[in-house]
Design a binder for this molecule. Structure first.
Ligand code: SAM
Length: 291
């Protein structure tokens, strides 16, 4: 079987199966072998690795993963792609193709059952409509994951890396930076895909921390606070927290805590760093003496 990472091979497979691209699944297939080689390289994929690939498409990246990794599990939502994947990956005996919605996966269970609970690596050219829920789901699952190497929309990669003061700074930036060391490793132009998307893309590598870079007394509460702060971006931090139905704090408790943090009571949430959100959580929970 030839490598699929070229316009000619991709078109040949698509035509021979009369495959119709489904926009709703974000189907833009990679047709550039250099990009694939970089993803494998930057993902640090070796023959020791179990790799979970989300959205294999026709198997373009899966071919490279099968050759570089010990074992690959490829989860594809579109049942029309399953016969194609069975054909394009037929010469590999280290791949399992699963027809499922990746948003419904239990990552902890997969790692336990498929890799004896040992850390896995995740690699994907993600459909843009599920980037945030997939990344958040992977990070918050607490499954043993060593790294996540993903192709995402360029702006989303920027959002994952940015800090206070930027318009893109938000709950996704803070979650990514709490769980992982994030590095954009490659910019990819729209011409590297078939069909051509309207936006440019970036490959971002998230190396998951063994220990988060900040300590907080209640991680779940910190993320509730972070979400509430960014839910109402135009409101002050105090109003955002006060209006959040899932937070138990009174207006006075919130304002006192912001002052104790050393900030103006009218500050907006988007001005706080990850460290400051952790500290604010500790103060609100009466655990600030741990600092
Ligand atoms: N990996 C292939 C490549 O690089 O050429 C395809 C990437 S394409 C951007 C995204 C793929 O994810 C498509 O095959 C699409 O059908 C699949 N997909 C979309 N939503 C999904 C979901 N919720 N679960 C699993 N796969 C999904």
């Amino acid at each position: 079987m030839a490598y699929l990472a070229s316009p000619r091979e991709t078109k040949a497979i698509i035509d021979s199966y009369s495959f119709a691209f489904q926009k709703k699944f974000g189907q833009n297939f990679l047709i550039d072998a250099n990009v694939l080689e970089r993803i494998i390289d930057d993902g640090g994929i070796t023959k020791d690795d179990f790799v979970l690939e989300i959205g294999p498409g026709i198997g373009t990246m899966t071919q490279y993963l099968c050759e570089s990794a010990r074992e690959v599990m490829a989860v594809e939502i579109d049942s029309n792609l399953i016969p194609i994947l069975n054909y394009t990956l037929s010469e590999y005996d280290n791949v399992e193709i699963i027809n499922e919605d990746a948003l419904k996966l239990d990552f902890k269970k997969i790692v336990k059952e498929k890799n004896n609970g040992e850390p896995i690596k995740v690699v994907a050219n993600l459909p843009y409509y599920i980037t945030t829920p997939i990344v958040m789901g992977l990070l918050e699952s607490k499954a043993p994951i060593e790294s996540i190497t993903i192709m995402v929309q360029k702006e989303v990669a920027h959002r994952m890396q940015t800090g206070p003061g930027s318009k893109e700074y938000g709950a996704l930036s803070l979650a990514v930076q709490y769980y992982a060391d994030a590095e954009v490793v490659l910019e990819v132009s729209a011409g590297c895909f078939m069909p051509r998307p309207k936006v440019d893309s970036s490959v971002i590598h998230l190396q998951i921390y063994k220990e988060p870079p900040v300590k907080v007394c209640d991680e779940e509460m910190m993320f509730k606070i972070i979400r509430a702060s960014f839910n109402q971006r135009r409101k002050t931090l105090a109003n955002g927290l006060k209006n959040a139905p899932n937070l138990p704090f009174t207006k006075e408790e919130i304002e006192d805590s912001i002052i104790k943090l050393g900030k103006d009571v009218n500050i907006r949430g988007e001005k706080l760093t990850l460290q400051e959100f952790a500290k604010l959580t500790d103060i609100l929970m009466g655990e600030e003496e741990s600092y």
